[in-house]
Design a protein around this ligand. Structure first.
Ligand SMILES: NC(=O)c1ccc[n+]([C@@H]2O[C@H](COP(=O)([O-])OP(=O)(O)OC[C@H]3O[C@@H](n4cnc5c(N)ncnc54)[C@H](OP(=O)(O)O)[C@@H]3O)[C@@H](O)[C@H]2O)c1
Length: 253
């Protein structure tokens, strides 16, 4: 299937590693010019060369913390200079700390809001005028399976990320007339540094996969394939959805 996005320009947030990097790679394989970003320049340089060697595509990078206005501005300056109008925006950030209600101060709740919601809203606000003007755009949020089925011990993630369900659906209603689609992709357990960090040194894989009907965790490329399809021309009639890529882990219908 030709996804029809060769030559488009994408900004992928939080993408020197893990899911963001996998999405940037997959988009680049489709001929999309990508800009990756994170807080660590050495990792960005490695990711830039790894992706461009694999895909032969043009990959730019910008250093910036997506939770701060200054960080987002630095990323957006580079995006304007390197890409011009952003056609495809993938919102992403690191995960908040694990813990139960008693573990977190109000300051930690505020940090989780900045990490998961403000970073997303701030970046969408910045790229939207260009998408509206050209009457073509794709906005895809990376969130978590936990927004449909909360995971014990991840109260910040379960609560703050759930706001993306409302944001994505409402925004998709508002932006349909501009031919801008807005979707949300919910990763399940996927093999990245964050997952390994959360599960600890020697995880009990049988216990983890027992609740996943497909009997295994995902590879980042499998998640990235779903995001790339939603970013494509072929997904032009899909908007406002929150799509789990979870091997069937979410129990609801
Ligand atoms: N992997 C899973 O199984 C899974 C499942 C459900 C949800 N998720 C969620 O999906 C998101 C991505 O997870 P992942 O597994 O890909 O994590 P990861 O492997 O730890 O990668 C995180 C990436 O985000 C960057 N980053 C983190 N905080 C940032 C910030 N404030 N500003 C800019 N860049 C930042 C990191 O680079 P720097 O640290 O250098 O900035 C890195 O490039 C997280 O929100 C995670 O909670 C993951």
């Amino acid at each position: 299937m030709d996804l029809g996005i060769k030559g488009k320009k994408a900004l992928v947030m939080a993408s020197s590693k893990g899911l963001g990097k996998a999405v940037a790679t997959e988009l680049s394989l489709e001929g999309v010019e990508v800009l990756i970003c994170s807080r660590t320049e050495s990792d960005l340089k490695s990711a830039q060369s790894e992706i461009s060697q694999k895909t032969g595509g043009t990959v730019h990078y910008a250093v910036g913390d997506v939770t701060t206005v200054e960080g987002r501005d630095a990323i957006l300056r580079k995006a304007k200079e390197a890409l011009g109008t952003v056609d495809i925006l993938i919102t992403n950030a690191g995960g908040p700390p694990a813990g139960t209600f008693d573990d977190h101060s109000l300051d930690e709740w505020e940090s989780a809001y900045k990490l998961l919601l403000e970073s997303t809203v701030g970046m969408i606000q910045a790229v939207l005028p260009g998408m509206k003007e050209q009457r073509w755009g794709r906005i895809i949020a990376i969130s978590s399976q936990a927004i449909k089925q909360p995971v014990n011990g991840l109260i910040l993630s379960n609560s703050v990320r759930a706001s993306l369900l409302g944001l994505v659906k409402t925004l998709s209603n508002e932006l349909g007339e501009f031919n801008v689609t807005v979707n949300n992709v919910l990763p399940g357990y996927t093999r990245t540094e964050r997952l390994i960090e959360l599960l600890g040194e020697d995880p009990d894989w049988d216990k983890i996969t027992a609740h996943i009907p497909l009997g295994r965790i995902a590879e980042p490329e499998e998640f990235a394939a779903a995001v790339t399809f939603l970013a494509s021309e072929r997904a032009a009639f899909i908007t406002g959805v929150s799509l789990p890529v979870d091997g069937g882990w979410i129990k609801g219908i």
